[in-house]
Design a protein around this ligand. Sequence first.
Ligand code: PBG
Length: 336
Amino acid sequence: MSRGQYPATRMRRNRMTSFSRRLVAETTLSVDDLIWPMFVIEGSDSAESVDSMPGVERHTIDRLVAQAGIAVELRIPVIAIFPAIDAALKDEDGSLARDGDNLVCRAVRAVKAAHPDLGIVCDVALDPFTSHGHDGVLRNGEIANDDTVEILCEQAVRQANAGCDIIAPSDMMDGRVGAIRAALDDAGHQNVQIMSYAAKYASGFYGPFRTAVRAGATLGSEGKSTYQMDPANSDEAMHEIALDLAEGADIVIVKPGMPYLDILARAKAEFGVPCVAYQVSGEYTMITAASDKGWLDHDRVMMESLLAFKRAGADGILTYFAPAAARLLNDRQAKA
Ligand code: PBG
């Protein structure tokens, strides 16, 4: 057999050694890419585990501050704070959302006081605060867009007043980014960033999160599909992103993550703006549960999933794996 039959181009050549694989790697994952979502509850010096998300806990504010300290130690740049509100404090209009002394605002103040250089993201949406669990207010059985936007503006300003660095509207009302930008600017918060959940789909993968924040058990048969996007659509996501950017969004989120990598890749290619992927609760739970069963290699699959977001075009990743991934990345760097 003549050697000429063999290809001159052997793709495996670059893969043969560890140094070469490192050299030709196109994508890297860094601790700088991570945003760590955390859950906060009332009370002091306690934490409770979230049954639907093994390894994730809800913390009282003092404990949350300690968790934020871990983020700083691990060099995670940004955390996101989500409140789990007592049912007795919820009402139809989510009134507590506009209270500058509510749980999330107090948590932001406490974390900022202890860790001024750690970035803080807050969701803007009413679902933690409404008795029905929707992200907006109901008027005649419908989620009323414009009435909701007014409340969201107040919520955003209260959170910025508390020291939140990045406002993340996750409600999917129309026109909210522009309205929130104007409200923040009027309140003197020109430098507070807006990271909009621009392409947010009506997804079953949020299930474990809704358990974590104790919201969403009573959404009704349509769920959130009158405001969150249909998973069938891709062009519509580009339209949503274009609108949010025109209204002043600084960073856009695609959510969920892994089942929507096509949307993320398109968003990055078409707009060339900072893009964040949200690896949501259901994705975390799938990987964690299968690993707990011994069916998946936890660390390997975790890192592969995070790298995939970077390869698809993400600049940042919201992930409940943030501390575990940061530990691994830091260990690898220490060994290198
Ligand atoms: C609230 C909100 C949700 C998530 C983030 N912000 C749930 C929802 O829209 O129902 C989901 C996060 C996750 O599943 O990890 N608007």
